[in-house]
Design a protein around this ligand. Sequence first.
Ligand SMILES: [Zn+2]
Length: 386
Amino acid sequence: MYKLIIDLLNNFLNYIHIPDTPLNPDVFQGVFVKKLSNQNIIKEKRRISANNTILKVNQTHIDVTGEQAKLFFFEGLSNTTTPPQSIDIDLYDNNLSYLCAINNPLSRLSSDGNTYFFRHSIDVPPYLSNWDLTLHSSAYKKYGHKGTQVQINIPDSKESFTLLQRYAFQDDALVMLRYDYLRYLAILIPSELCNHLYSITDTHGSHNINFAVLNPSYNSALAIQLQHQIISKDVMYDDAKTIALQNTLNNTPNAGTDIERIVKTRVSQGSFRRLLLLERHHCNLCNISTTSVLRASHIKEWSESSREERIDANNGLLLCANHDALFDRHLISFNPDTGNICISESIDNEQRKALSISESTQLSMGECMKSYMRIHYKKFIDKENQ
Ligand SMILES: [Zn+2]
């Protein structure tokens, strides 16, 4: 994912005729994509009146907030208030020059029908319309009562920031590449060229305005934490859609066993599975790691779980197709106290061998998983005793 985004950025730089200095993925620690919103861009300063006069110029920074920003810019520091720090964000050379130069469209309509700022060089001070412009801005790292906030501003060069804002529109991407904790490089990509980028960063079915991904070789634990953030939201979204699907199907006469099948597919193959795949790389019971045959199995059945339980990774096993089927049908379970496997009497020794299960198979479980397993285990015992 990280390399994919760097490739997209290089395609963009190539497109705007800066092909000689491609970004080297190895020198950066990660990428943060900020999809600029109406709030970042328009406000009073962005709006032009019917006679093309600027109404106000007063915005001084762009905020980046949210859990992912906190992890990306602060590496997961707590919410406690700390002294603000300044960091440098260099805007890529010639990036704004390109945006100044593109003629089509000269101005753009917002979704509410208002015309916002022209992208050509109207009102740009002469010393800023220089094509060789290199801008240096700073990001102001700040902790506030509402959590972490990163303010991207240019305290020493108000005009530079004004220029950045002038050429930025709603839905453009401000991409920040991290050299290290204090140094960043920013590239502004016009929304017309963002389709591919947003197909990656717009997750959980909504406009995701903040998206962070780390160079996996930099800090793999933090990289997983960031991915976890993103996928957790996907899981919640997916789960809500699954419930809606089940409700619809429940109300459809003659839907029959299709209900279970369709919902089951979503539950075992959807984002919950991606969540489990983040940290587990093979079947919980055997060495099968072929991703396409691995399924997510809820320990406490999905239909009986609460919202929180359904999206809790502790309530999931990643199992190959065979082991998933056995576990789902309560033909195997695990003693929640010892982790020892329990195999149904109905499976003979020959089949046990064929299915790669034996009495010595064990599952290591944390306390949370054990409490879910207790419920599964009880069903297994009840079924065996029937
Ligand atoms: Zn397996």
